[in-house]
Write a protein that binds this ligand. Structure first.
Ligand code: NDP
Length: 483
């Protein structure tokens, strides 16, 4: 007999008193905050409250940042020993840990993700990336990447809004460890933790110009991509913009790494431990509101267990708590922006019109802010747009299969290849399936696990190169293969 228990939770709001948000921010160039020209608002997507005014970086700002980065590279950072560089990275990592609560609250306010996730995932992982790469700074000769690895120079780094501080850490930590200096642009809708990181650089007494942060929108990103003073572009974001960047750098000497979209298959075989699998499915698609490039957004269920899995999944989803991201009980927070919400609504409507069946648990969504209830679509076929396109929201498309070979065929039938999941109790089946899947990261009996030591990146339209681990370091060193 199935028993369900429901707990009543009293609200457990995290205080925002620990953060001081300035009414207006400039750019961080050459170790100092410098005033911007035009400004745009950054808002809390859970309430639509304007949090601050952010500088819109233009040509002069990008020029100044590249100049500062070049000077720091030539005069200081490239001349410093790896051991000394490592000390700065350790110092940054420790300060991030000390100020973790401040970072977590700020991230949740600006992004809309639950405080539990920013506190327990984003910020600890960001610090871990700095600790890990601090360890590499004086050991690059032993990384198997050549006997005397050399940095590339100035790296231009453009990051998205789904994991703002974590994506900054994925970019800045390896670049600095390898001896490069950086010009980084955070996403338009989530710049605040990058600006707090700039304060951490000051606190760590990082030499001026080693890290420069220019805020702005896509036009600022394009200025960085096209700047002749930049040696390497590292980008995370949509495949569409990734293609624009690939075209822009193709005729130049710039190195490039691209971490783009995905439409991961999460495959459940009939011997999978069903209860654990249901937890994994929920974590795979509803973590971070589904704003995850490697989200398990295509669930492939073996037909003979499909009914049982769906029944248990719907039961589990009835207990997901959607609402105030600052409440420590919240599982699913706000959608990051009005534009992203519109995209999710549009693609879900396409699912309806193409004949898939929509289901969401009963949940009351707040009146203000941007919200979308966790949703599953059943009866999805390979031809449906919701099976092919990245929705980047809390929406799961469910397909079925009869044989393992059919599962692999369907899983690989996508222009993407970032990640995949396998649920099975049989080691031999897991190994067989993981060898057939064309995806950069494959999880077995788990999902959305990240570690700085493990390379992350895609096949096909999911990107070029790897981030994290020894492989990620190679993207910031001269003459080393990027695959
Ligand atoms: P984008 O790819 O547009 O944004 C990623 C970053 O690139 C942002 O910092 C953005 O700036 C910047 N950018 C935008 N245009 C250019 C350009 N021409 N040259 C250089 N930099 C540029 O993603 P969006 O935020 O617009 O999201 C659109 C869709 O992309 C989502 O719905 C989702 O499907 C997907 N996405 C995938 C991500 C992933 O990790 N794979 C992450 C984010 C989005 P700004 O934000 O200021 O516009």
């Amino acid at each position: 007999m199935e028993t369900t228990m429901t707990f009543e939770y009293a609200p457990a709001p995290e205080s925002r008193a620990i953060v001081t948000i300035k009414p207006k921010y400039g750019h961080f160039i050459g170790g100092k905050f410098v005033p911007g020209g035009k400004h745009f608002p950054t808002i809390n997507p859970a309430t639509e409250e304007v949090l601050s005014q952010i500088a819109l970086g233009g040509k002069a700002d990008v020029d100044a940042a590249v100049k500062a980065a070049r000077k720091a590279y030539a005069n200081t950072w490239s001349k410093m020993s790896g051991k000394e560089r490592g000390k700065y990275l350790y110092r940054i990592a420790r300060i991030m840990q000390e100020r973790a609560r401040e970072f977590a609250v700020l991230e949740t306010l600006d992004n809309g993700k639950p405080i539990r996730e920013s506190r327990d995932t984003d910020i600890p992982l960001a610090a871990a990336h700095f600790f890990y790469h601090a360890g590499w700074a004086d050991k690059l000769e032993y990384a198997g990447l050549g006997t005397s690895p050399k940095p590339l120079g100035v790296a231009g780094q453009i990051i998205p809004w789904n994991f703002p501080l974590l994506m900054l850490a994925w970019k800045v930590a390896p670049a600095l460890a390898a001896g490069n200096t950086v010009v980084l642009k955070p996403a338009e809708s989530t710049p605040l933790t990058a600006l707090l990181f700039a304060e951490v650089c000051q606190q760590a007494e990082l030499p001026a110009g080693v890290v420069n942060i220019v805020t702005g929108d896509g036009s600022t990103g394009a200025l960085i991509v096209n700047h002749p003073g930049i040696d390497k572009i590292a980008f995370t974001g949509s495949t569409e913009v990734g293609k624009i960047i690939a075209r822009a750098v193709a005729p130049t000497n710039k190195s490039v790494t691209l971490e783009l979209g995905g439409k991961a298959a999460n495959i459940v075989f009939d011997d999978a431990p069903i209860d654990e699998t249901v937890e994994g499915i929920v974590n795979g698609i509803f973590f971070n509101q589904g704003h995850v490039c490697c989200a398990g957004s295509r669930l492939l269920l073996q037909e003979n267990v499909a009914e049982e899995v769906l029944h248990k999944l719907k039961n589990r989803m009835e207990k997901i708590r959607v609402g105030d991201p600052m409440d420590k009980n919240t599982d699913v927070g706000a959608i990051n922006s009005k534009e992203q919400l519109a995209k999710i609504i549009e693609l879900a409507a396409v699912g309806d019109s193409e004949g898939a069946e929509r289901w969401s648990p009963a949940c009351t969504l707040p009146n203000k802010g941007f919200w979308f209830a966790p949703t599953i679509f059943t009866g999805v076929t390979q031809a449906h747009r919701i099976a092919r396109e990245e929705i980047f929201g809390p929406v799961l498309s469910v397909l079925t299969f009869r044989t393992p070979a059919e599962a692999i065929e369907k899983a690989n039938n996508t222009p993407f290849g970032l990640s995949a999941g396998i649920w099975s109790e049989k080691g031999s089946r897991t190994l067989w399936a993981s060898q057939q899947l064309r995806a950069g990261v494959i999880w077995a009996n788990t999902f959305n696990k990240f570690d700085p030591t493990s390379p992350f990146g895609g096949y096909k339209e999911s990107g070029w190169g790897r981030e994290g681990g020894r492989h990620g370091l190679s993207g910031y060193l001269k003459g080393v293969s990027h695959e």
